[in-house]
Ligand binder design. Structure first.
Ligand code: CAA
Length: 379
């Protein structure tokens, strides 16, 4: 496998790094504290092309590949995991889904404003009674002439409070279970759509998450993405790509915690020497670095397979489960290396620790990733 990055991949990585350090780093601690959605820097991310990285240029995107996207995600997550998840959802769940399954009209109406950063997108699969068992949804869409009438309630929608457009999964034929699922492109300015309260969260606090309510929302028939009944496969196909993005988010969080630990271990002194001189600390740093490197290689493996248009479901789940558990492990050890100050809000270590946890949950829990890997091994 060739791991030499192209000039374009490096340019996207460096542009993202520069923007994240310059514009996002100064506000990251404050927005974590307040839970305020960073509208201004998200707008700037859009202007910079970070909200349409993998979308074709003809639809307003940058036309980059998945490897470039994961490098950019990692850089953003190193500085702020909240900005990173906004970027991830828009690129790999919303834009990628419309680009892969949409009609020309849907791409012009929805994808172009999203990829050019003029609109914010969300992906809505989960419901109060269905998270991991995603096919068990109660929200329905009933055909009525040239429209579908949608009723129901969705939950845990990342970017839901600020989304202009939403990829919504609901049942068009509940008697068929997941095979009766369809996907619609929702315009949040239409009547019948409303948002519930924004969720107070442990981590990624500046990303906005809420419930969505549909009360006789009338979706024009042309906003059906793919065919009726194809919704569940569309949802899972999109999530395969999304999981690579979340893995890269986890990697960025882990790296930030690791780099802080190396710097602190060299500077902090105890018993007459830098704590980096103690083997107990060295072993923690060595294990952090090894797991981070392994996570990076799994992510690149999945991204390269995706870019080669090979099947990558298993590899995406391997990357996500390993990178997210690495993020949790590394951030825990990073606090240990720092001792008391690592537990304090004066340093970002505790933020990294809180942010890492969600990567083991959203876009499929670690248990679901293992189930997907096992099913693919045994198929
Ligand atoms: N790509 C395309 N199709 C797929 C697929 C894939 N990766 N995996 C399965 N399918 C197809 C199957 O072939 C099957 O097709 P048929 O109906 O023709 O037989 C169909 O989909 C149903 O598959 P399963 O029988 O395997 O479905 P299941 O009910 O057992 O569920 C699951 C499978 C893997 C558990 C799935 O429900 C799942 O991934 N759950 C987790 C949901 C999830 O990740 N939610 C995240 C919400 S979004 C989010 O978190 C965004 C955010 O906020 C950042």
């Amino acid at each position: 496998m060739n791991f030499e990055y192209t000039p374009e991949q490096l340019m996207i990585r460096d542009t993202t790094r520069d923007f994240a350090q310059r514009a996002v780093a100064p506000i990251a601690a404050r927005i974590d504290e307040t839970g305020e959605f960073p509208s201004e820097t998200v707008k700037q991310m859009g202007e910079l092309g970070l909200l349409g990285l993998m979308t074709a240029e003809e639809y307003g995107g940058a036309g980059a590949d998945t490897v470039a996207y994961v490098l950019a995600m990692e850089e953003m997550a190193k500085i702020c995991a909240s900005h990173a998840v906004v970027m991830s959802v828009q690129n790999s769940l919303v834009n990628a889904g419309i680009e892969k399954f949409g009609t020309e009209e849907q791409k012009r109406e929805f994808l172009t404003p999203l990829a050019s950063g003029r609109a914010i997108g969300a992906y809505s699969l989960t419901e109060p009674q269905s998270g991991s068992d995603a096919g068990n949804m109660k929200t329905t869409a009933v055909r009525d002439g040239d429209e579908y009438v949608i009723n129901g309630r969705k939950s845990w929608v990342t970017s839901g409070p600020v989304a202009d457009f939403i990829l919504l999964f609901c049942a068009t034929d509940p008697s068929k279970g997941s095979r009766g699922t369809s996907c619609f492109l929702i315009d949040t300015t239409r009547p019948g759509f409303s948002r519930g309260k924004t969720e107070p969260k442990l981590g990624i606090r500046a990303s906005a998450t809420c419930e969505l309510m549909f009360d006789n929302y009338r979706a024009p028939a042309w906003t059906l993405l793919g065919k009726e009944g194809d919704g569940f496969k569309i949802a899972l196909t999109i999530l395969d790509g999304g999981r690579i993005g979340i893995a890269a988010q986890a990697l960025g969080i882990a790296e930030a915690a690791y780099e802080a630990s190396v710097a602190y271990a060299k500077e902090r002194r105890a018993f007459g020497q830098a704590i980096a001189e103690f083997q107990a600390v060295q072993f923690m740093l060595a294990d952090m670095a090894t797991r981070i490197e392994a996570a990076r290689l799994l992510i690149l493996n999945a991204a390269i397979k995706k870019d080669r248009h090979e099947k990558f479901t298993k590899e995406a789940s391997m990357a996500k489960v390993y990178a997210s558990e690495t993020a949790m492990w590394v951030t825990t050890k990073a606090i240990q290396v720092h001792g008391g100050i690592g537990y304090s809000k004066e340093l970002p270590l505790e933020r990294y620790f809180r942010d890492a946890k969600i990567t083991e949950i959203y876009e499929g829990t670690s248990e679901i990733q293992r189930l997907v890997i096992a099913r693919n091994l045994l198929a």
